[in-house]
Design a protein around this ligand. Structure first.
Ligand SMILES: Nc1ncnc2c1ncn2[C@@H]1O[C@H](COP(=O)(O)OP(=O)(O)OP(=O)(O)O)[C@@H](O)[C@H]1O
Ligand SMILES: [Mg+2]
Length: 373
């Protein structure tokens, strides 16, 4: 059992700068794979290091299984951390690298041998046990670093961007290995990344951070489908959600948005409180914009000038300039779509799938969907 709980966790490195992490409230369930996701500098590593006991806590508490561990030194927290830069001992074999920490703890030899061979088995390192790190590939070295955490049999695993030094192909395969490892060990894991694909594929839940604060916590598809604000909407998804600035106009019993020269009626079941003239943002996922009508009764036509076409094979990304709208709108179309640059083309979007954000960037529609479910 290992439930990790953060209450009001705050870190201020120095007085003259805003805190690196502020009021983080988060409970990670036993066996959960929690991903901390966010852009560079948003406080992910700082938060993880406070959990590990490597960074002093300014305010708030970290608890493990109901016990506050703020004053317990890192080595006694029963937590293992895998870092981005995994320094293996170059002069030691894989076996000795794995065993090193346990020997220092004066663990009996038989127990060390058992743990090392179990971890090697899990990670496919058995045939490499007598090699030195220089004779391993980048992915194999990273597996040894993970193995050093596994042999400790900790209550909680912490990972800080463990894949960021690997090339693209290796990152994909190692990601799958970490996912399999979690299924096998069923351990509580907290994993830091700025890569949304890693977050979506690995996480039981994702905690998205922005400027030291939590922007949203939820299951991967939940945060993708119902982003709480424009930050999350613009961070998850590739390309991210189109965010088009607009204003509310009067519409009895519903919501109508004016975006540039266009008007969009947001269907009744997604009505949101609005006052005429209020600034709002219309959010449309690029994958929800089509070139052929789907026939939905809430669908609208959007005509724009095609300014860029990127044929990526499986899909084609089209950038559109809409009348009097500042950012270009991106449509993600099937790879066989034929759209010509420079033409005025009609596209379609279903307003029942559109998102609406208020002047502060908070989603009005996400709130609505949560109330309904
Ligand atoms: N030891 C430190 N002293 C002062 N400020 C620090 C220290 N460590 C981090 N910071 C600041 O705290 C903020 C959060 O840093 P942190 O390393 O937690 O970000 P991160 O989300 O892990 O970013 P990245 O994705 O780049 O690793 C940043 O503004 C950073 O400059
Ligand atoms: Mg970091």
């Amino acid at each position: 059992m290992a439930v990790v709980r953060l209450d009001g966790l705050t870190k201020r490195y120095d007085r003259n700068h805003p805190p690196a992490a502020v009021g983080i409230d988060l409970e990670i369930a036993d066996g959960e794979f929690m991903v901390l996701l966010g852009p560079s500098g948003c406080g992910k590593t700082t938060t993880l290091r406070m959990v590990a006991g490597l960074e002093a806590i300014t305010e708030g508490t970290v608890s493990i299984d109901g016990r506050v561990v703020n004053d317990i030194p890192a080595k006694n927290r029963d937590i293992a951390m895998v870092f981005q830069s995994y320094a293996l001992y170059p002069h030691m074999s894989v076996r000795d690298n794995l065993a090193f920490g346990l020997r220092r703890r004066k663990m009996p030899r038989v127990e060390i041998d058992r743990r090392v061979s179990d971890a090697a088995e899990i990670l496919g390192l058995t045939v490499l046990l007598d090699r030195k790190p220089h004779a391993l590939s980048g992915g194999q070295r990273q597996r040894v670093a993970v193995g050093r955490a596994i042999v400790r049999d900790p209550k909680v695993f912490l990972f800080d961007e463990p894949l960021s030094n690997l090339d693209a192909a290796l990152r994909v395969s190692t990601r799958a290995e970490i996912s399999a490892l979690h299924r096998r060990l069923q351990a509580t894991m907290i994993y830091v990344t700025h890569d949304q694909v890693e977050a979506m594929t690995l996480g039981t839940r994702i905690c998205i951070m922005n400027g030291g604060r939590i922007a949203q916590v939820g299951r991967p598809m939940e945060v993708y489908r119902t982003p709480a604000d424009t930050f999350v909407a613009g961070f998850l998804g590739n390309p991210p959600m189109n965010l088009l600035p607009g204003t509310a106009t009067d519409a009895p019993g519903g919501c109508r948005l004016r975006v540039g020269g266009m008007r969009f009626d947001i269907p009744e079941h997604r009505t949101i409180p609005s006052a005429p003239g209020l600034a709002m943002t219309l959010g449309l996922r690029p994958e929800r914009v089509t070139v052929r009508p789907t026939g939905s009764s809430t669908e609208v036509a959007i005509t724009g000038e095609v300014v860029q076409v990127e044929a990526l094979g499986a899909e084609t990304l089209v950038s559109l300039r809409l009348p009097d709208v500042e950012p270009l709108m991106i449509a993600r179309l099937p790879g066989d779509s034929e759209v010509a640059i420079g033409t005025r083309t009609e596209f379609f979007a279903d307003m029942a799938l559109a998102h609406v954000f208020d002047a502060d960037g908070r989603s009005m529609t996400a709130q609505r969907e949560r109330e309904e479910t």
